[in-house]
Ligand binder design. Structure first.
Ligand code: ADP
Length: 624
């Protein structure tokens, strides 16, 4: 390879400049986080090196110690972090610390806007940790030599503003990275050994490689997941979470357990406070690492946990996993499948315990992470039942804002009640304003309110709970027991009139009405449309409309139920022959109102204009 000593100059990718701008100009607090970020990168590089050494025979300088050295020089105003990890090639330098491959910076900026005061806390979570060096340094130099034989020794240098340059080093470097930070004037404190040491003491116990300052070792390695719970403090757990997940929030939940059967497991799992998918960051990456007796096998193994548990952070350690297992064979390893099953079950059991022991805390968890549980119900038949028990929703028997679950629903069910009733809608108020609830309410039956827009999708997969079918209260398949209803008010329309009126409406509204029936379910509304379970629900139509706003929706054919005790129905029956014009207007308006309540009215212009005509009629009448 020919040596080129002319530096290769490049500008930073736009996203990098944006992140750097924020880092340099707007982050004033917590400057010390740069130590954690750079040490954590060094530790990652060492972990990968350890694993590479197990599988590759051709490694440059295989005997270098896997450790991290920190040097501070108060005179030169520098702090230096050295590791003998994987190092980087020229391409890798461009790729890793000149660009941001994923949508990290955009999401980072968005999260900053929503989270003003905790700015620096977010930097690590967005895969832009390296750039935190520029919080304290006005020049950063990375000396790097890749682990691959035959690669050159390189020097990457940047002021964090104009761009960066890479040139070949005059002298041969050791494998790994040496990162030299030339400290800014107001950050010179970090060139004092004592200052750096005290920053490291907070969390360095979880770095699984020795951290050396000169001859002194700062940390003792602790695999806290293999310790007994009683021997670990809350603070240690939290620090470990922050270090291993590169997180700055506190964990919302933690589950630490070990088991011998059917497989040896030591697991320490955390649920973060924040769900970053809600920041619009796209899918979270799985964050549970696989260890075998303290040795990292893979930090993001696919298939270790189901995808819908991708929000969990932490460690699963199993002595039964072979050390040199490859990524490919891991995915279809029956051992990994077994781990997956055991840990998932344990976690769901853990959540079920939390529901009971601290419902308020669970409610907060559910607000942020409930979507993942719903995703699990849709895709994962094996855990559907346990997941279904964890669902929370409001109902006709909860106060607004209070939640309940299926198990509680069943404890309140009536004797012999074989169905679970629900209604879906945009929110509690619109469900309660609709015509469907009253029939069930008057029979003392509880109705679940599904108000999340993915619930419709969920309901296609969730057909029953504990052997009891889920039925929509807006469905024509809903069967209700008349005796159970409280006695409704108002006279029934005589049978003959009712038949005639039904036939009239059926003919008049034939375009969108399949059938007209005298309803038993209506109490104070004159009419309602019913959907059949096999047909398309209002929410499904709305989803279609949202996806294809250009396309006309397929026409609906509904069943119209009328309330034979309602005075409007009585009067309509009365004017049907004496004032056919008005009857026609009322019939159409009745249907449109019912469609509107059901969320199925596509053309509102007619409803509005007909409303005006009816107002005029009413006023003419009173003027007479
Ligand atoms: P993240 O670590 O979250 O990916 P960073 O900005 O901290 O984001 O680092 C970007 C990338 O640069 C890392 O993913 C890694 O590939 C590379 N890198 C950083 N520090 C080192 C190091 N000490 N040794 C080898 N590679 C490193």
């Amino acid at each position: 390879m020919s040596k080129t000593h002319t530096p290769e100059k490049r500008e930073f990718q736009a996203e990098v400049s944006q992140v750097l701008d924020i880092v340099i100009n707007s982050l004033y607090t917590d400057k010390e986080i740069f130590v954690r970020e750079l040490v954590s990168n060094a530790s990652d590089a060492l972990e990968k090196m350890r694993h590479t050494q197990l599988t590759e025979s051709d490694v440059h300088q295989p005997d270098l110690p896997l450790e991290i050295q920190i040097e501070s020089d108060a005179e030169a105003k520098t702090v230096t972090i050295i590791d003998h990890g994987l190092g980087m090639t020229r391409d890798e330098l461009h790729e890793n610390i000149g660009t941001i491959a994923h949508s990290g910076s955009k999401a980072f900026v968005k999260a900053l806007e929503e989270n003003q005061q905790k700015e620096s806390a977010l930097i690590g979570q967005f895969g832009v940790g390296f750039y935190s060096a520029f919080m304290v340094a006005d020049e950063v130099t990375v000396y790097s030599r890749s682990w691959r034989e035959g690669e050159p020794s390189l020097v990457w240098k940047s002021d964090g503003k104009t761009g960066y340059e890479i040139e070949e080093s005059e002298e041969e470097l050791d494998r790994g990275c040496k990162i030299v930070l030339k400290l800014r004037e107001d950050c010179e404190e970090f060139s004092e050994e004592g200052r750096v040491k005290s920053i490291l003491e907070n969390y360095s116990a979880f770095v699984s490689f020795p951290i050396m300052i000169g001859e002194d070792r700062v940390n003792t390695i602790e695999a806290i997941w293999r310790k007994k719970k009683a021997d670990v403090t809350d603070e240690q757990y939290n620090e470990f979470y922050k270090f291993s997940a590169k997180a700055f929030d506190e964990p919302r939940y933690r589950m630490h357990f070990s088991s011998e059967m059917p497989i040896e497991i030591n697991a320490l799992l955390f649920v973060p406070t924040e769900n970053t998918e809600l920041f619009g960051m796209g899918q979270m990456e799985p964050g549970v690492s696989l260890y075998c007796k303290n040795v990292l096998i893979d930090d993001k193994p696919e298939g270790l946990l189901p995808e819908w548990l991708r929000f969990i952070r932490g460690v699963i350690d199993s002595a039964d996993i072979p050390l040199n297992i490859s990524r490919e064979s891991m995915q279809d390893s029956s051992l990994v499948r077994k781990l997956n099953r055991v840990v998932t079950k344990r976690f769901l059991k853990f959540l079920a315990g939390e529901v009971k022991s601290d419902a308020a805390k669970y409610k907060e968890f559910y607000a942020k992470f409930g979507r993942f549980l719903k995703e699990g119900i849709v895709v994962d038949y094996d855990h559907r039942e346990a997941l279904t028990k964890l669902l929370r929703f409001e109902s006709s028997m909860t106060e607004a804002g209070e939640q309940t679950g299926f198990e509680d629903y069943l404890t309140r069910a009536k004797d012999g009640q074989e169905k679970i009733y629900y209604l879906s809608g945009a929110d509690r108020a619109s469900i309660e304003a609709g015509p469907y609830l009253e029939a069930l309410k008057s029979r003392g039956l509880e109705v679940i309110y599904f108000t999340d827009h993915i619930d419709e999708y969920l309901l296609q997969h969730l057909r029953e709970f504990d052997g009891k079918g889920l039925v929509s209260a807006a469905s024509s398949e809903l069967e209700l027991d008349d005796d159970a209803a409280s006695e409704p008010e108002g006279e029934m329309l005589p049978e003959a009139d009712l038949e005639a009126l039904s036939a009239y409406l059926k003919e008049e509204l034939a375009e969108s009405v399949e059938d007209v029936t005298a309803g038993k379910r209506l109490v104070s509304s004159p009419a309602a449309v019913l959907t059949s379970d096999s047909g398309m629900t209002a929410q499904m139509r709305q989803m279609m409309q949202a996806m294809n706003p250009e396309e006309a929706l397929p026409g609906v054919k509904v069943n119209l139920e009328i309330n034979p005790r309602h005075s409007l129905i009585h009067q309509l029956s009365g004017i049907r022959e004496s004032n056919p014009e008005l009857a026609k207007l009322v019939a159409s308006q009745l249907l449109d109102n019912a469609l509107l309540s059901a969320g199925m009215l596509d053309d509102r212009a007619n409803l509005v204009n007909r409303g005006f005509t009816l107002m005029e009629e009413a006023m003419k009448k009173s003027a007479e």
